[in-house]
Design a binder for this molecule. Structure first.
Ligand SMILES: C[C@H](O)CC(=O)SCCNC(=O)CCNC(=O)[C@H](O)C(C)(C)COP(=O)(O)OP(=O)(O)OC[C@H]1O[C@@H](n2cnc3c(N)ncnc32)[C@H](O)[C@@H]1OP(=O)(O)O
Length: 724
């Protein structure tokens, strides 16, 4: 592949077209930035150049500054790797250029890409071009003048919304708001941009420098009101992250002291933010998510994904109907099979409600909702299975039932059909034991609610074919899931690594710690809710069933709580019946229920594990660590057994499947920041006090002793096995 570079072609009309070339997204790598300086310098000096057009090759203007540079800064701590672009290039060379510069924008202009375009004197875009400043989602702020120019081009409120939410707009909206000067068909983009540039040079069109504009900013007091409201919003949406408030401070600087001072402050704050742990975590997750689509011997052996047009789902319960929803809204035909018409009707109703809720939340238009529902067909037998490309079984967790279903569908479905199960715990070899189609058997483990949660764990056995894995990965992306390929074991990667999460919380309660204190602390750490509220939400039946599975699979390191059974005995079933640890009332947030205390007390008496019968004394920090370090410990076993291809896959899976905060980089990345030795020492100390639940794994012990990060590849410590 050619190295990133910039070209310049000067036409007979006197327009120099400067083109960014760095496929696939023309990221602004260091050679691109130096190439831009060079070409602009040449164009300014040449007498035959009257005006410039800046564009990107391959139908995409630019995806922004090269994020690999951030990764290098994080690895080395050397911030000087980030070049000075905002003043040197965007202000001095582009915006203050003596010849007019027009940006010809197509496909996408994100981050630094849009910032370059905003430094130009006009912007012409192709239809449906994405425009945005998503830097906050990487833990930084726009650093090439975006915090100053965006508000000046389209007004403060909208600019803040685009930056705080990291949400791009389309060029059509950009045109209405004033960010884009004209929208023209892709094939005319360069022609119109050239003419526009000449028109500016001949004063037929205005020569505008965005940084100098004030017409859209409003009065100082209006701006302060907008900023105040935005600060409140930022506190809510990003409580543990520094970049949102920092972005607003920098915008304010520009409003009070002028755009140029704003740019100077922006450059300083940008560099400070690059070095934060938040930026490290978010940049790590950016690349980790993209790595999940690279599976050795699957995605690198020249296989072509087959097109999946029609699928069948067996079981219309909560999971089955959620999965069906995910497929039909992506225009894939679904046959939903149930055992009787009552269950089928129930499943269909749930799907309709799911689709309606997507419309209500603005995620789907009414037309698309109608189209989606027309892709669904109910069935009570297998007659519609003859031409399906994939079956996903989503019935209750019963081995004999699943075995029966798989031997039936093997006979009825076409030979290319993928036979998938949505089991969350059962060994896939058992599921497929009664078939001779082991190569087509695969796990498609969705997370509830399946039409919303982004993770799809693709579980493979030793016998699953590479083609089946590739097909499921591909259709997974079509239905907008993030597929992570994992190996076969109880709980697979996510539920396996996180089973100690709920159990450790239960253990702490039985050592005398308050349920609601635990939930508050875990929420403050950054998970959307604590373990007890989560248990209320997912229902106690699941907690009991899953608890048993893990106790059987991993005896000696599970805590079997008496509390859930007692809650059920007392008529509580969590959110489902409005009574759990919390009280659930329509229209109000869940409130801690004081009447649950006597049940907790009874459970403590039954478990009888408090040292000397007294509650333990424990700090807030210890509570968080005693809940999350056992997860790290199990994650170590997942890594050691090769259940994931690489440690960063478990990071992605923890963020997308368990809502572990992305700004902490995922479970393994976070543990490496905390330090394997510290995690090991803490677990060791607790195991001596509270038993084997906390006993450090061999993998953790070795890594801690050797000073090796948990994320280092398997060969970094001895004895790792592989299930992949
Ligand atoms: C100073 C400035 O203000 C700071 C900045 O500009 S920071 C950067 C701001 N820009 C962004 O956040 C955009 C990040 N990129 C994206 O959101 C998406 O990649 C995209 C919408 C541009 C394209 O999405 P999509 O077509 O699905 O392709 P996707 O798989 O994500 O990316 C394709 C490849 O480009 C790479 N890439 C995308 N944007 C990149 C960037 N800004 N820098 C480096 N590499 C980038 C990806 O890592 C991926 O590489 P791979 O093929 O080796 O895995």
């Amino acid at each position: 592949m050619a190295k990133p570079h910039v070209t310049m072609e000067v036409g007979n009309d006197g327009v120099a077209v400067v083109t960014l070339i760095n496929p696939p997204v023309n990221a602004l790598a260091i050679p691109i930035i130096s190439g831009l300086k060079e070409k602009f310098d040449e164009a300014t000096r040449r007498n035959d150049v009257k005006a410039l057009v800046l564009t990107g090759k391959g139908g995409r203007f630019s995806g922004g500054f090269d994020i690999n540079v951030f990764q290098k800064v994080h690895a080395t701590g050397d911030i000087s790797l980030v070049p000075d672009v905002s003043v040197e290039l965007v202000v001095n060379i582009i915006e203050d250029c003596k010849k007019p510069v027009v940006a010809a924008v197509e496909g996408l202009a994100l981050g630094g890409g849009l910032e370059l375009a905003m430094g130009c004197h006009a912007r012409i875009a192709a239809p449906k071009t994405q425009l945005g400043l998503p830097e906050l989602s990487l833990g930084v702020i726009p650093g090439f003048g975006g915090t100053q120019r965006l508000p000046r081009l389209l007004g403060l409120s909208k600019a803040i919304e685009i930056m705080l939410l990291s949400k791009p707009i389309m060029s059509e909206e950009g045109k209405k708001l004033g960010l884009i000067d004209a929208i023209v068909p892709s094939q005319e983009l360069l022609k119109v941009s050239r003419q526009w540039a000449l028109d500016i040079s001949e004063r037929r069109k205005p020569w505008l420098r965005s940084l100098h504009r004030t017409d859209k900013i409003g009065s100082l007091s209006e701006s302060r009101d907008v900023l105040k409201a935005a600060r409140q919003q930022a506190k809510k949406i990003a409580p543990n992250m520094p970049q949102h408030q920092a972005c607003l401070d920098v915008i304010e600087e520009g409003i009070i002291h002028g755009g140029y001072n704003g740019v100077l402050k922006e450059a300083k704050v940008f560099k400070e933010l690059v070095l934060t742990e938040t930026a490290k975590g978010l940049v790590h997750i950016f690349f980790a998510q993209r790595m999940t689509s690279k599976i050795p011997n699957v995605t690198d052996v020249g296989l072509k994904p087959r097109h999946i047009k029609k699928i069948a789902i067996i079981g219309g319960g909560l999971m089955g109907s959620g999965i069906a929803t995910a497929f039909i809204v992506s225009n894939i035909h679904v046959v939903l099979k149930e055992i009787n018409s009552e269950y089928l009707q129930k499943g269909t109703k749930t799907i309709e409600a799911n689709v309606r809720s997507l419309v209500t939340r603005g995620k789907l238009t009414r037309d698309k909702a109608d189209k989606a529902l027309s892709m669904l067909k109910g069935a009570l037998d297998y007659s519609d299975f003859k031409d399906v490309d994939m079956v996903i079984e989503a019935v209750i967790e019963s081995v004999p039932l699943k075995q029966k279903i798989f031997s039936e569908i093997e006979k009825i479905c076409p030979p290319h059909c993928i036979l998938a199960t949505n089991t969350s715990t059962i060994d896939l070899n058992l599921v497929g034991e009664k078939t001779s189609s082991q190569d087509r058997i695969i796990g498609a483990h969705f997370f509830s609610p399946a039409h919303i949660m982004p993770l799809l764990e693709i579980v493979r056995t030793d016998k699953t074919s590479a083609q089946a894995i590739l097909d499921l990965m591909t259709v997974g992306k079509t239905i907008k899931k993030a597929p992570v390929v994992v190996g076969n074991c109880t709980g697979f990667a996510v539920n396996r690594a996180f089973f100690p999460y709920a159990q450790s919380a239960q253990l702490l309660v039985h050592l005398g710690v308050d349920v609601f204190r635990i939930d508050r602390l875990i929420s403050s750490f950054g998970l959307p809710m604590g373990p007890f509220q989560l248990q209320d939400l997912s229902g106690y039946g699941i907690a009991v069933a899953v608890g048993k599975e893990f106790a059987n699979a991993f005896p000696g390191r599970t805590f079997q709580t008496p509390l859930v059974d007692l809650l059920i005995k007392n008529g509580r079933n969590g959110k489902a019946n409005g009574k759990g640890y919390y009280i659930y009332e329509k229209g109000s947030r869940p409130r801690p229920d004081p009447s649950v205390q006597p049940i907790i007390e009874e459970s403590r008496r039954v478990a009888n594990i408090m040292p000397n019968g007294k509650p333990i004394n424990i700090t807030d920090k210890e509570i968080v660590e005693m809940i999350l370090f056992p997860v790290v410990n199990e994650a170590c076993r997942v890594l050691d057994e090769g259940v994931v291809v690489r440690a960063s896959d478990l990071d992605t899976a923890s963020v997308l499947g368990m809502s572990f905060p992305s700004y902490r980089g995922g479970i393994v990345f976070w543990a490496d920041l905390v330090g394997p030795k510290y995690v090991y020492d803490s677990l060791k100390k607790w195991s001596q006090r509270f038993g084997d639940f906390y006993k450090p794994s061999k993998f953790l012990e070795e890594r801690a002793a050797g000073g090796i990060p948990l994320s280092a590849p398997a060969s970094s410590s001895s004895g790792s096995r592989s299930r992949m």
